[in-house]
Design a protein around this ligand. Structure first.
Ligand SMILES: NC(=O)c1ccc[n+]([C@@H]2O[C@H](COP(=O)([O-])OP(=O)(O)OC[C@H]3O[C@@H](n4cnc5c(N)ncnc54)[C@H](OP(=O)(O)O)[C@@H]3O)[C@@H](O)[C@H]2O)c1
Length: 320
């Protein structure tokens, strides 16, 4: 019932011009930034493949030190060796499985206690699962990795970031937030009542992240901390590697023919993190580097407030 009510509410807010803009933006190249980022620290999650890997390389090539948050230690050590041998930068890392609340809290606490300022945080780790998996807590896996982990990091880092001269948070979101045009189902975030599909779960998690952005933007108001989200383009990566044979066949034979090179996503994530054109810009959604209006459910501030309370509760955090 709630779903239908929201769907009608949102449906009335859809504008054809926004959809046309989204399609056009998908074919654009990102703006690039040639400013170097020496002696700065960039935190990136999920750098062991795809967009995160290219983004780590891009920031390192521009002189930034990295702190990567990954679940696979072997791949991370390999990457550390590669990047430190190629560029004169420091590569530190934290090992955390971002589907595990305990790991997320531990990593977030470690970051929040660091003395060194974090100049840019890129929440990149994410996945799609065509068949549902649950976390140790019984939460939807995709919801936790794609959304709740970034929520906990942002929340626990608020004080540190606000006390720094400046910081930028960039969330690697997706046009996939449009897969749930009826909005977020706050009473069924883990798909216990309605049928799970990979698209709905992914869309819902990305939508949740966009909704959280509005509240974080307000929490950071008056400081030099900004928070923005982006769609990285439909680019080559390992995404979907945990899915079944049907998805892999579809990816190999259909999707891959339409994908763009991964470096456009890395260029965009560099631009959004570093370019002076983004100075003071917060609470926006970009397709690569073009500002875009997300779907109507992503602007529902009442739902964003409710989701905020639910997220605090799920994360065992208290509002302060
Ligand atoms: N590729 C696209 O066209 C596209 C489009 C829209 C949005 N995105 C978004 O872009 C981001 C990066 O995806 P990608 O396409 O580059 O996919 P990818 O190649 O599969 O990379 C995903 C990264 O996230 C990490 N990760 C996944 N689950 C994790 C967990 N539980 N704990 C810690 N790290 C975890 C992976 O680590 P492992 O190496 O250990 O698996 C990997 O480093 C995602 O948020 C995705 O939703 C991608």
């Amino acid at each position: 019932m709630t779903k239908n009510k929201n769907f009608i509410k949102y449906f009335k807010q859809y504008e054809v011009s926004h959809i046309i803009a989204m399609i056009k933006n998908g074919g654009k190249d990102p703006l690039t930034c040639s400013v170097r980022f020496e002696n700065k620290l960039v935190v990136i999650s999920g750098t062991t493949s795809g967009i995160g890997k290219f983004t780590a390389m891009k920031y390192a090539s521009m002189g930034a030190d990295l702190l990567c948050i990954n679940r696979n230690e072997e791949k991370t050590i390999e990457q550390k060796k590669e990047i430190e041998s190629k560029y004169d930068v420091k590569y530190d890392y934290l090992i955390a499985d971002l589907s595990k609340l305990k790991d997320i809290h531990t990593a977030a606490d470690q970051l929040s206690k660091m003395e060194r300022p974090i100049d840019v945080i890129i929440h990149n780790a994410g996945l799609t699962l065509s068949k549902q998996q649950l976390t140790e807590e019984g939460f939807d896996f995709v919801f936790v990795v794609n959304y709740l982990s970034s929520f906990i990091f942002n929340y626990k880092l608020m004080e540190k970031l606000k006390n720094q001269p400046s910081a930028r948070i960039v969330m690697n979101n997706s046009e996939g937030h449009r897969f749930v045009p009826w909005g977020i189902s706050l009473d069924d975030l883990h798909w216990k009542k309605s049928r799970y599909t990979g698209l709905k779960a992914y869309g819902s998690a990305k939508l949740a992240q966009l909704l959280s952005m509005h509240i974080f933007k307000d929490k950071f108001a008056g400081s030099n901390v900004t928070i923005n989200s982006m769609h990285p383009g439909a680019v080559e990566s390992d995404t979907g590697k945990d899915n079944g044979r049907l998805y892999k066949w579809y990816k190999r034979n259909v999707l891959e023919k339409m994908l763009r090179p991964t470096d456009i996503a890395a260029e965009a994530l560099y631009y959004l993190g570093v370019s002076e054109n983004l100075e003071g810009i917060s609470g926006k959604f970009f397709s690569l580097t073009t500002e875009e209006i997300p779907s109507p459910p992503a602007w529902d501030i009442d739902e964003a407030r409710k989701l905020w309370d639910v997220s605090l509760n799920l994360s065992n955090l208290n509002e302060y």
